[in-house]
Ligand binder design. Structure first.
Ligand SMILES: Cc1cc2nc3c(=O)[nH]c(=O)nc-3n(C[C@H](O)[C@H](O)[C@H](O)COP(=O)(O)OP(=O)(O)OC[C@H]3O[C@@H](n4cnc5c(N)ncnc54)[C@H](O)[C@@H]3O)c2cc1C
Length: 177
């Protein structure tokens, strides 16, 4: 078993940039990891290679380095690793543009989320965006707070004013990122 991760190997100890009470991104070993396998960090899959009969036989990897808020391949780092099964466990990588986003003509941010204003409205009249679709992958507490605040904005849009609570604007960010 080989586990691939695009991020670099995290530090063993909580870094200064992630003081308590933020959740520290440290190197963790779960019981599943203890059973065996290899963990590769700072790599990205560029291609699935097949055996000519419709089965995957290998993955083509490149090493990556941080670049302008994302990642870029390291020149000359491509290599293949054998694979019989590939499990994708990447979490939420953004809303799918095909369908409702295209049909409503909604803009996407440079990170693939739906662009919106501080009151959760989009540039399409009467269309509001809340939760992960607008914030990007996040946590349930943010989705709940955003949902309540967006409901207040929708109420104000429909009724002209609102008495509903708006816990956070769409622009709210964690205290430390
Ligand atoms: C694997 C995984 C583990 C996570 N673990 C945690 C955790 O431990 N703690 C935590 O706080 N957060 C966790 N999260 C994040 C959390 O689940 C999300 O932040 C939260 O669910 C976002 O809520 P949401 O309402 O914005 O979106 P979602 O919960 O994704 O809801 C969006 C809904 O819209 C529906 N939908 C999509 N397109 C359409 C359409 N065209 N028409 C109608 N419906 C549509 C979808 O089916 C979905 O039901 C995890 C996320 C993942 C992927």
């Amino acid at each position: 078993m080989t586990q691939l991760e695009i991020l670099p190997t995290p530090p063993a100890q909580r870094p200064d940039s992630q003081p308590w009470p933020t959740y520290p991104m440290t190197y963790r070993v779960s019981s599943a990891h203890e059973e065996g396998g290899e963990r590769l960090f700072a790599v990205s899959t560029e291609q699935f290679l097949d055996d000519g009969a419709g089965n995957v036989r290998a993955l083509r990897l490149v090493e990556v380095e941080p670049h302008e808020g994302g990642f870029r391949p390291v020149d000359g780092s491509a290599r293949d690793i054998p694979a019989d099964f590939v499990f994708l466990a990447m979490g939420f990588v953004g809303p799918e543009a095909e369908g409702i986003i295209d049909q409503l003509g909604l803009e996407l941010t440079d990170r693939g989320a739906i662009a919106r204003n501080a009151d959760y409205s989009t540039d399409a009249p009467g269309v509001f965006v809340t939760g992960d679709a607008g914030r990007g992958q996040s946590l349930i507490v943010w989705a709940i707070a955003e949902g309540r605040a967006a409901a207040a904005s929708v109420d104000a849009y429909l009724m002209g004013s609102t008495n509903l609570p708006a816990p956070i604007p769409a622009t709210a960010r964690p205290l430390l990122v």
